[in-house]
Design a binder for this molecule. Structure first.
Ligand SMILES: Cc1cc2nc3c(=O)[nH]c(=O)nc-3n(C[C@H](O)[C@H](O)[C@H](O)COP(=O)(O)OP(=O)(O)OC[C@H]3O[C@@H](n4cnc5c(N)ncnc54)[C@H](O)[C@@H]3O)c2cc1C
Length: 510
């Protein structure tokens, strides 16, 4: 792209034999691209020799220009590009595209320099290393590569997925942040930045199983050597883990599970038999943190994969990159030291990670809502309908007002709860925050429903098309329900919130 050209020179190249056009003050030679253009050659002939900036941005994203940068042959004399070309790690300049604490000139009492350092470094990592793989895997449905896992091990981002805790002590995290500094706002940043890879199936394929199960091993393993070995294997990216509770007969009602763990006569092993459904990452898991019926109740056992564990892929409405799995345990023999917590007292083991899982899902779906708001703001300024940009229509501005308000309200509530998490120890969080976090997740996904619905209408046909301008909106509309069902369905969590409030009602009022 070395030459400087004039508009008159471009205008002369207006035939199939030499077809140039101008986009954002740069000159593109489309002659050899005519047959390859996904939208056909005729539309390119219609803009031959002309300034096609409006026509291009009416239909395409900036990343299309980045993809075909090699077609650019020069710049226009005395003119400069106006469209912003984002670089990895950049903060968006679109209003409401970033949470207020990241928006220029806005302040927040919740975030300090350590949070900013982590955010800057981690966003760059997501943009450069995670985003390209996330997009490819979402499309082809294959699982996360060992190469990316190794990168996440090297910068300790795999360890950050478990949230704050002793496992981070002594580690240096992205941005030079010390593991000991890592609090729930750092955790929120990690969850929200990861969602910016806009690949909902891959997002869960990227160790969501480990995130919700290794915590149980760390907190409840009775054998510390086993706990340390398994932690090292999983956080070192050598082995993978998932949480296997749900069954065809037992979802919201965990008490209904039918998988059994029976002790052998010598008392040294459990024999585990049964099935599990919809287990995230199960296809590539080496360990299954498994809910089982024992003699007098429910227990949780760490089951290593062996020949008696069979895993089959389940297709859902997001990408198979998530590795959603049907599992059969056919008389799997597991040493008794793999029991987590006490026998017959497994509910407390399962419940212990629910708050963090649900809170992390709220972080993620709220960030997705924001990304969709950004998409809609950009699109409504670009798209010309009836001779003027969509944003000039009051009815469209009303939709945007609602979407922005829902997103900002959810983020504010999320930050307020995150602040409480930072102030409370584990016991207080369990007692006081289960209800509020349940209500937050349930409300966030109800808001996501409204945001997805309005966004599709704003994008029209593109909002239900998997490629092109509307692909983020299409994906959100297709997948926000994963956050509404997984980790506790909306109705169940809303009810939990009210039941917890009932327990805390002052007696005098009754
Ligand atoms: C893609 C995917 C990944 C998953 N990953 C995992 C995983 O890794 N590990 C794991 O153990 N599980 C996993 N699950 C299971 C998930 O947690 C359950 O699907 C969820 O808890 C709901 O259970 P269910 O689907 O059996 O619905 P059901 O329990 O049959 O409930 C159906 C609906 O009934 C309503 N309902 C139920 N109870 C009540 C109530 N008390 N009050 C009012 N309404 C109610 C709700 O609307 C609910 O959505 C996954 C599921 C999916 C789809």
């Amino acid at each position: 792209m070395s030459q400087t050209l004039t508009r008159a020179e471009v205008a002369k190249n207006n035939t199939e034999d030499s077809l140039w056009c101008i986009i954002d003050h740069k000159v593109y030679d489309l002659t050899d691209f005519l047959d390859a253009h996904p939208g056909g050659s005729v539309v390119l002939q219609q803009i031959a020799g002309q300034d096609a900036t409006s026509a291009f941005y009416n239909l395409h994203r900036q990343e299309v220009l980045q993809k075909y940068a090699s077609l650019c042959i020069g710049v226009l004399e005395g003119e400069k590009p106006e469209v912003i070309d984002p670089k990895p790690g950049d903060i968006s300049t679109v209003p409401y595209a970033e949470p207020l604490w990241l928006a220029p000139a806005f302040k927040s009492p919740y975030y300090n320099e350590s949070h900013h350092k982590l955010q800057r470094a981690f966003r760059k990592f997501v943009d450069q290393d995670i985003y390209p793989e996330a997009q490819a895997k979402e499309e082809d449905g294959t699982y996360i590569s060992q190469e990316l896992v190794d990168k996440m091990v090297a910068n300790n981002s795999l360890a950050m997925r478990l949230g704050p805790g002793k496992h981070l002590n002594g580690l240096t995290l992205p941005g030079g942040v010390k593991g000991e500094e890592f609090d729930y706002f750092h955790d929120l940043i990690v969850a929200q930045e990861l969602s910016r890879a806009v690949a909902r199936g891959f997002q869960d394929g990227n160790m969501a199983g480990m995130m919700i199960s290794l915590t149980a091993v760390r907190q409840w393993a009775n054998d510390s050597a086993l706990r340390d070995r398994v932690t090292e294997e999983c956080l070192g990216g050598k082995k993978f883990m998932c949480l296997a509770i749900t069954e065809a007969f037992a979802g919201s009602d965990v008490a209904g599970i039918r998988t059994t763990a029976t002790k052998t006569e010598d008392g040294k092993h459990y024999i585990i038999s049964g099935t599990k459904k919809w287990i995230t990452n199960g296809m590539f898991a080496d360990y299954f943190v498994t809910g089982c019926k024992t003699e007098k109740g429910f227990s949780v056992i760490l089951v290593p994969r062996d020949d008696n564990v069979e895993t089959k892929r389940i297709k859902t409405s997001y990408s198979t990159a998530a590795a959603t799995t049907f599992i059969q345990f056919d008389h799997v023999k597991v040493p008794v030291n793999h029991l987590l917590g006490k026998e017959d007292q497994g509910f407390i083991v399962i419940m212990s990670n629910f708050n963090h899982e649900r809170w992390a899902m709220a972080c993620s779906v709220i960030r997705w809502m924001r990304t969709v708001v950004e998409e809609c703001l950009k699109w409504t300024h670009q798209r010309v309908v009836f001779g003027k940009p969509l944003i000039t229509q009051p009815v469209i501005r009303q939709k945007l007002a609602k979407m922005i308000s829902l997103t900002e309200a959810c983020q504010s509530w999320l930050e307020s709860i995150t602040y409480q998490m930072n102030q409370m120890d584990y016991a207080q969080q369990s007692k006081l925050l289960g209800g509020p976090i349940g209500l937050l997740k349930s409300y966030a996904t109800r808001c996501a429903h409204d945001v997805a619905d309005d966004a599709v209408n704003i994008f029209g046909g593109r909002g239900i098309t998997q490629s092109g301008m509307g692909r983020v909106v299409e994906q959100f509309h297709r997948t926000y329900k994963f956050d509404a069902i997984l980790g506790g369905a909306e109705e169940v969590l809303a009810d939990l919130g009210v039941r917890q409030a009932m327990k805390q009602m002052p007696k005098a009022m009754l």
